[in-house]
Design a protein around this ligand. Structure first.
Ligand code: ASP
Length: 342
């Protein structure tokens, strides 16, 4: 008889494990062992599940790169022991964490599936049980003794997405995530429909490498009509700033005011890496399509293409930490490293 697949459940916090504070009525994270007692169904799954937890579970608004290191370390330390990993995480910043981990875990050959819920597990109408149970089932899928999914995914409300393609779009609906520029990798209904052709193709035999210590000397600037020169100068003069994502309009368009273009040129001359990402929730940057992006193209601004802001900012942190040479930074950023852009 083949041995059962082994799944490690990593609990970081989030609504899934929260309870109402008696005094304030606000939701806050609580002890993980109680969380598992609430889901006796887990014992029915055909895999063995072990758990580790953050010492102090968090609301995901408090996540930071040091905690991404902690998650990566938990995966690294248990990589050979388990067939798959499910990360319980608050939904608010789940797309950032899934994106960050996708870059940090190079040559990943096992599933790392993020999930959480909009209602706590103890709530009568909770979405937590379906999300957790199916995420575990997805992480335990095997074909020819190998994990079917070999990348960082995000499972929420019946859909498995590539983690670094997702964004949170709703603070209330159970259907809280979307993947605007890449289809779902799997969909759960009466059957689990798995789209194998959409998975990342791993190069076999490559050693699993974990990269930590992301560089957070970065900034996201969302353009808006009325954005002024003083603010632009304050931003580009932030001490130690090394990279910036600019959320532009439409297909990567921005004002043509000379003060804006001159400031960008100054920033680039100082060595800042600037990435152009669209504010639109779907579609791609295409510098040069309009006059309002021609100057950006001439300046050598990096095209984020159809990347999400979450993936762009974490990719910047990752590449800065890798000390990628300035001469190849643009080319590498514009290349898909983990399926994050088309
Ligand atoms: N505030 C919560 C968190 O992100 C929301 C959630 O878990 O869905 O931790």
């Amino acid at each position: 008889m083949p041995s059962k697949t082994k799944i490690l459940l990593i609990y970081t916090g989030g609504t899934i494990g929260m309870m109402k504070d008696f005094e304030t009525g606000a939701l806050k994270a609580f002890n993980f062992s109680k969380l598992l007692q609430r889901i006796p169904e887990l014992k029915l799954l055909d895999c063995s599940i072990e758990t580790v937890s953050f010492e102090h579970p968090i609301d995901s608004s408090n996540i930071n790169p040091e905690m991404w290191d902690q998650i990566a370390t938990m995966v690294e330390a248990n990589y050979e022991i388990y067939d798959g990993f499910v990360i319980l995480h608050g939904s608010d910043t789940m797309s950032y964490s899934a994106s960050a981990l996708s870059f940090m875990l190079e040559n990943l050959a096992k599933p790392v599936i993020f999930t959480g819920s909009q209602l706590p597990i103890g709530d009568l109408r909770t979405d937590a049980k379906e999300n957790l149970i199916t995420a575990i089932q997805i992480a335990s899928l095997q074909a020819k003794n190998k994990p079917v999914i070999q990348e960082v995914g995000l499972y929420f409300e019946y859909k498995l997405y590539r983690g670094n393609r997702t964004t949170k779009i709703n603070a209330e609906h159970f259907n809280a995530f979307t993947s605007p520029n890449y289809p779902a990798l799997a969909e759960s209904g009466v059957h689990l429909k798995v789209e194998n052709h959409l998975f990342l193709q791993q190069k076999t035999g490559k050693k699993f490498i974990v990269h930590k210590n992301l560089d957070n000397n970065v900034f996201v600037l969302k353009l808006f009509p009325g954005f002024n020169e003083g603010a632009m100068h304050a931003i580009i003069n932030i001490p130690n700033l090394k990279g910036m994502v600019i959320e532009t309009y439409g297909a990567g368009n921005a004002p043509t005011d000379s003060w804006f273009i001159v400031a960008l040129q100054m920033a680039i001359n100082k060595g800042l890496h600037i990435v152009n990402v669209t504010q639109c929730s779907g579609g791609s940057v295409n510098m040069g399509q309009y006059e309002t992006s021609t100057e950006l193209k001439k300046l050598g601004i990096i095209s984020g293409k159809d990347i999400t802001t979450e993936a762009a900012i974490t990719k910047l942190m990752y590449m800065l930490a890798q000390n990628v040479a300035p001469s190849s930074f643009k080319t590498i950023f514009e290349t898909s490293l983990r399926g994050e852009l088309s």
